[in-house]
Design a protein around this ligand. Structure first.
Ligand code: NAD
Length: 542
């Protein structure tokens, strides 16, 4: 046990590498990509010290080349889920007893492993399994995950240092205990960083974890577990299971020691989980923490004073990077009538230069959407817009799934601001725009606020400062992350804590101390140095 107050290294954001032609990182990444693409990777479950190859193999196919099998993940059973829970609970005592400095060292080491020897491998796995181009993989699986790991350590120490005041003769303290029982992380396909962060931030705070990654992210999830193990994470602290979400939730959420859910994914699934927790509430030893970051229908609101080029660039990047599969992706835009022709023209010109294809070809700005369901969903919105009297497809609108699930970046112009594609999360490269009367700024802000159930991210583009100020007020509750003259994507850990409210989640801000606090249960300790020896207070005197 240490006899000092340790100072941790100051967290700084990991530098994003350029991958420019001739750079060493480009060569390393291409090597790692080719190697993994031409091998067959077997992804086991990790329970305690065991790597479980169940034999129930499910194919892993790159979304951009769906005839190619790059590996298999070994699906588990509900017996494995029970085993993961028991293993986590068995690991708890030693993990809770471990000094925080050692927990910190494990995750700081994991960050350095990803920054160094595992960077290319984790990026390659994300490119192949989730179809991200090199830059999208770099900002996610390398930089954001590294940032989460480093900044969380810093936030943990800031939380621990936050102590109450004391008064004469009394010493007050608070102890940030881990939750009693085990915690459960369920993660989405679209960010390797989120998948790594959800279980690891709970573990950092002293919790033991059962982690169920998305079955569409298993390639990168495997590399993440390799990193945690290599960094010295004790067996059983994070147990990765590869099982059906619905069945697993049933098993886990019925357990009396279930202490917290850390979820990122769709609103529909989160609502189901919350209801299940409610139904099981009498079974638990403690009220579970419920943290969920869910869907979005993220807006870009444009004032008549905005620069059309800045708007067009914001929309092209905000709506179409990673094929619109970011929870923060711009998916509805409100353009004033004086700017629409110019914004449309410039977007057309920009998008004419965008190519789609394999992430192995670094010239591709876009790759494929994640799977057949996602492809069919975008296709259906495009087909319905083509057939609708309230909308027209003005850019893109083609799709082809013969090799990979490719959907061209598509812009739907709706004449009804409540047309379905202005309201619903599509989670593909489909942006909807509504052109409003340039003099109806205020009324349109109300529309932005009221159109969707979600409230994740949003932007205002304007040169007129009064318009910025007015929109900031009018949209106060319309998003959890608000951008002024910028696209609504690309939140950076430590700089823009991320999360939304309404149907977008509990807004516990991943990558901030606010989130870590949810994984602690504070015990307050009051110590009196010289206790009273007489029960009577002075006012009782006659
Ligand atoms: P999803 O909801 O389909 O799946 C998320 C996870 O839940 C996966 O691991 C999946 O296997 C599991 N799951 C599915 N059904 C389940 C059930 N009945 N019970 C328990 N678990 C179940 O989401 P996805 O397609 O992986 O990710 C896209 C969604 O995630 C989008 O809605 C997006 O907006 C959202 N998202 C939100 C944020 C945020 O920070 N707000 C970040 C990333 C993604």
């Amino acid at each position: 046990m240490s006899k000092s107050f340790a100072q941790i290294p100051q967290a700084v954001n990991e530098e994003v590498k350029s991958y420019a032609p001739g750079s060493p990182e480009r060569a390393q990444l291409l090597d790692a990509y080719k190697k993994m693409f031409n091998e067959v990777t077997e992804v086991p479950q990790y329970i305690g010290s065991e790597e479980i190859f169940s034999g129930n193999k499910k194919e892993i196919r790159p979304p951009h080349d769906h005839q190619k099998v790059v590996g298999y993940f070994h699906e588990g059973t509900q017996e494995d889920v029970k085993k993961a829970i028991d293993t986590a609970l068995a690991a708890k005592e030693a993990w809770v007893a471990m000094p925080w400095e050692d927990r910190a060292a494990i995750f700081l080491k994991a960050a350095d492993l990803i920054a160094g020897p595992y960077r290319a491998k984790l990026n390659a796995a994300t490119m192949i399994g989730q179809s991200k181009n090199a830059m999208q993989a770099e900002i996610d699986s390398a930089c954001e995950l590294i940032d989460f790991l480093r900044f969380n350590v810093q936030y943990m120490t800031e939380i621990y240092a936050d102590q109450p005041i004391s008064s004469p003769g009394i010493w007050n303290r608070v102890d940030y205990r881990p939750l009693e029982g085990f915690t459960f992380a369920i993660t989405p396909f679209n960010f390797t960083a989120i998948a790594g962060n959800l279980p690891s931030c709970m573990a950092l705070m002293g919790n033991v974890v059962v982690w169920k990654p998305s079955d569409k992210q298993t390639l990168a999830a495997k590399v993440t577990m390799e990193v945690f193990k290599k960094a010295g994470l004790p067996d059983g602290v994070i147990n990765m299971i590869l099982t059906s979400g619905a069945e697993t939730a049933k098993t886990v959420l019925e357990h009396p020691d279930f202490a917290g859910l850390h979820f990122t994914g769709s609103t529909k699934v989160f609502n189901t989980l919350w209801k299940q927790i409610g139904d099981n509430i009498d079974k638990y030893r403690t009220y579970p923490r419920i943290v969920g970051e869910t869907g979005g229908k993220d807006f870009v609101m444009v004032h008549k004073s905005a620069c059309p080029t800045e708007v067009a660039v914001g929309l092209v990047r905000g709506a179409f990077e990673y094929q619109g599969q970011k929870c923060s992706a711009a998916s509805r835009a409100y353009i004033p009538s004086n700017l629409w022709n110019e914004v449309e023209k410039q977007m057309k010109e920009m998008l004419a230069t965008v190519t789609l294809g394999s992430p192995e070809d670094f010239s591709n700005f876009m790759t494929a959407v994640i799977d057949k369901n996602s492809f069919e969903k975008s296709k259906a919105y495009i087909d319905r817009a083509n057939a609708s009297s309230e909308a027209e497809v003005v850019i893109g609108g083609t799709y082809d799934d013969s090799v990979g699930y490719f959907v061209q970046p598509t812009v739907i112009k709706a004449t009804n601001p409540k047309y379905e594609s202005m309201v619903e999360e599509i989670f593909g490269p489909v942006l909807s725009v509504y052109v409003y009367d340039e003099n109806e700024f205020e009324a349109t802000l109300k529309l932005v606020d009221e159109t969707s159930a979600y409230a994740l991210t949003g932007s205002i583009f304007a040169k007129d400062r009064a318009a910025v100020e007015f929109a900031s007020k009018a949209l106060k509750n319309a998003c959890g992350n608000f951008y002024i003259n910028d696209k609504p994507t690309g939140a950076v850990v430590g700089q823009q804590p991320f999360g939304g409210a309404r149907a977008s989640g509990t807004n516990d801000k991943a990558g901030s101390a606010m989130n870590l606090l949810r994984w602690t249960s504070v015990q307050t300790i009051k110590e009196t140095f010289v206790p009273a020896k007489d029960y009577k207070y002075p006012f009782l005197e006659k």
